[in-house]
Each structure stands twice: as C-alpha cells, then as structure tokens.
Design a protein around this ligand. Structure first.
Ligand code: ADP
Length: 376
C-alpha cells in the first residue's frame, strides 16, 4: 500500500499529515490502519474507526492505543494472530469476532502486512479490515440448519429401524397368540386362553403407545414455528390433566394434585403443555411400583410457573441423566418396563418452544422429581 513512500519510523508517525494518498486513505471502502512495530496505532481512516464504533479516526486514536488481547471475543485469538504474523510475516483473511467500543460484537476480516525500512528493519504494520457480520451470520445460520438437518436425518433413520423392530416384534407376538387361539382354541384351558388374550391386548397397547409418541414427535417438529399460544386457565388445565392421566393410569397409582399457584392463567400452546405434563406423569406411573405415590405440584415464583412431578419409583442412574432428552434413549435400569425413549425428548422440545427449563433430581430406588419452569 504505502511501502514505497516509507523510509523511516519518523515518517510512520507523521504519516497522516504527509500522506500523498491521504484522500484515498480517508475515503477507502475498507477500514485501513497503520501501527508501529509494537502494534501502537499511528494512523487509521474514518471507516476503520466507525466499524469499531468510534466517531472518527481522531476519536479512535485518542482512545485506543495498541492492538491487544481484549479486542477479540475468543480469548486465544490474539495469540494465534501473533503466531501467524511471526510465522508468515503477514496475516490474510483473518476472520474473528471482536468487541466494538460499546461492547457489542461484530465479525471482522483482517489483512495485515509488515512494513520494512530501507535497511530491512521492521518498522510497523499496515492492514485493512472489513465488517463481515452479515455474511458470517448467514453462514452460521446455514451451518445450524445443516446441523439440524443432519440431526433430523439421524433421528429419522433411528426412527425407521426402531419402529420396524418394535412393530415386527409386537406383531409376531400377536400373530403367534392368535394362531394358538385359532388352532388349539378348543383344547386350551380358559386360563391359557386368557393368557393369550392378555398378550394380544398388551402388545396392541404398546404399539398404540408407540404410534402415539411418533405422531406427537412428528407434530411437534412440524409446528415448531407455529405455536398456537393462548391464555390457559391453570385450574382447568390441571383438572383436565388429572382426568386424562386417570384414563391411562392402569396400575391405579395414587396421583395427588397440589396446586399452590396464585397465577390464574398462563400463556402457551394448550395441547402441547398437556402432552408435556401427561408424559411426565405417565413416566412417573410407569417407573413406580404398584401403589407408589405420585405428586403433581404446581407453584409460581416471580414470573415463572413451576410444574413438579415427583414419584417414588426406580430412579435414574446419575451417569445417564445427561442423555435423558435424547430421542430413543432409555436408561439401563428400565428392565422389562416397555417404552420408546421418545417421551422425554417430546417434553424437552415443548419446554424449549415455550422458553422454559426442565431439571431432574433422582435417587436410584427412591424416586425422581422432574421440575418444569415456564415464563408466565
Ligand atoms: P420411555 O418411553 O422409555 O419411557 P422417555 O423418553 O419418556 O422414554 O424416558 C427416557 C428414559 O428416562 C426412560 O426410558 C427411563 O429410563 C428414564 N425415565 C424417565 N422418567 C423416569 C422416571 N420418572 N423414573 C425413572 N426413570 C425415568
């Protein structure tokens, strides 16, 4: 850029006055700067200053002395920058997230070249910067979309193999029991016949559960960008949930509702919220011994509503808690208790869609408490 004109350090420090290319420097479509060999800024153009949130080059030079670590958002970025500069004597297309004067963050690309005097002594650096925030944000968005797409593909293939496996297993049990009834029906004792009817019933129930979970999972994926938010009457909501869980609580575990909330209405997608609480209550029933007590506690704190589902069931191994919300994940201690591993991932999706939070506390063999908190 200015290399032919520079012959000593004096010149560098006076560059903004003596520059024959002053007009070009001031009006360049990119931010430009010159530092001494220690990284102290000696000249910057107005665009450089403005990109970083300063009024003008004078404003920048009066307030900002030397290129430093605090400029970059990523802690090791400046060290890496210096390493590249030492190794290659220049830095090209160095893209980083940096802080502006007001603390906000932008993305920059930097090109930096060293300046030498006639004796070959390094006397400074010259460089250009460009604000690439818009492009970078688009790139990040595309990366996220790609990641989600890959995740979806992975889920889909797990879906297909799991569903086919479950259906094949379930249908073959149904088929063999119905064959037994058809072929040996008249010879079988009533108790044996009943056993086969029970098997068929049980398998049909499990396959229906699986279909229900799959349908819910698909629905939530599809309605992600289209929440049907409405004011939900909390009292009614809790009653409806209790009725619904009553129908599926086959073991007849006592479920106690404690609504201590002073909040009358909450904002959310009613059907999704119901699915969320029912899934948690259903798990509480499923993983509890017969007659194990279950509590459904509702309370509010500041601007949040809290749903807490406590059981006295098998508990969750601590090492597996991190995986609970992954689709199809089932803990090792579930034994013969049937399930699809989809219920909690549906719950998590619904909680996220409502900008809420879910946590779990559990002791093996003693019980589990899931707490969902949502903004009112
Ligand atoms: P599943 O259909 O297997 O119940 P979920 O996604 O609902 O699938 O739950 C994932 C796993 O988390 C379960 O397989 C079980 O191991 C564990 N889990 C969930 N809720 C409870 C609970 N209340 N008590 C013990 N374990 C639970």
């Amino acid at each position: 850029m200015f290399v032919p004109k520079i012959n000593n350090f004096e010149y560098l420090t006076n560059i903004s006055n003596e520059l024959p290319y002053q007009h070009w420097f001031d009006h360049a479509p990119v931010g430009m700067f010159i530092t001494n060999s220690k990284g102290k800024y000696v000249a910057v153009n107005n665009l450089f200053a403005q990109i970083l949130g300063y009024k003008s080059s004078d404003d920048f030079l009066a307030n900002y002395q030397t290129a430093n670590y605090y400029f970059y958002v990523e802690p090791n970025r400046f060290t890496y920058f210096l390493e590249l500069l030492n190794k290659n004597q220049k830095v090209f297309k160095f893209e980083s997230q940096v802080y502006k004067r007001d603390g906000s963050m932008i993305w920059l690309t930097e090109n930096v070249n060293p300046i030498y005097d006639h004796q070959g002594e390094l006397i400074g650096y010259e460089g250009v910067i460009e604000d690439i925030t818009e492009r970078k944000e688009k790139e990040l968005e595309m990366e996220n979309n790609l990641f989600r797409l890959q995740e979806l593909c992975e889920i889909k293939s797990k879906f297909v193999s799991m569903v086919s496996h479950e259906f094949r297993g379930g249908l073959s049990v149904i088929l063999s029991s119905s064959d037994m009834l058809k072929v040996y029906g008249e010879k079988l004792a009533d108790t044996q016949k009943q056993k086969h009817f029970d098997k068929i019933n049980h398998q049909v129930e499990e396959l229906t559960d699986l279909l229900e979970d799959l349908l819910q999972f698909g629905k939530i994926e599809a309605s992600k960008d289209n929440l049907q938010q409405e004011d939900i009457d909390l009292e009614n909501f809790c009653q409806e949930v209790m009725e619904d869980i009553g129908h599926i609580n086959k073991k007849g575990n006592p479920i106690i509702l404690n609504n201590h909330s002073g909040v009358r209405t909450i904002l959310g997608d009613r059907l999704m919220m119901k699915r969320m609480v029912i899934n948690l209550l259903y798990n509480a029933v499923k993983y509890s011994p017969d007659q194990g007590k279950i509590e459904f506690n509702v309370s509010d704190h500041r601007a949040e509503i809290m749903f807490q589902i406590c059981d006295e069931g098998i508990g969750i191994p601590e090492s597996e808690i991190a995986n609970l919300y992954t689709s199809f994940y089932r803990c090792k201690n579930t034994g013969k208790i049937a399930g699809t591993g989809l219920g909690l991932s549906i719950v998590k999706k619904i909680v996220d869609l409502h900008q809420g939070n879910i946590s779990v506390e559990s002791t093996l063999g003693k019980g589990t408490t899931f707490t969902v908190s949502l903004p009112v």
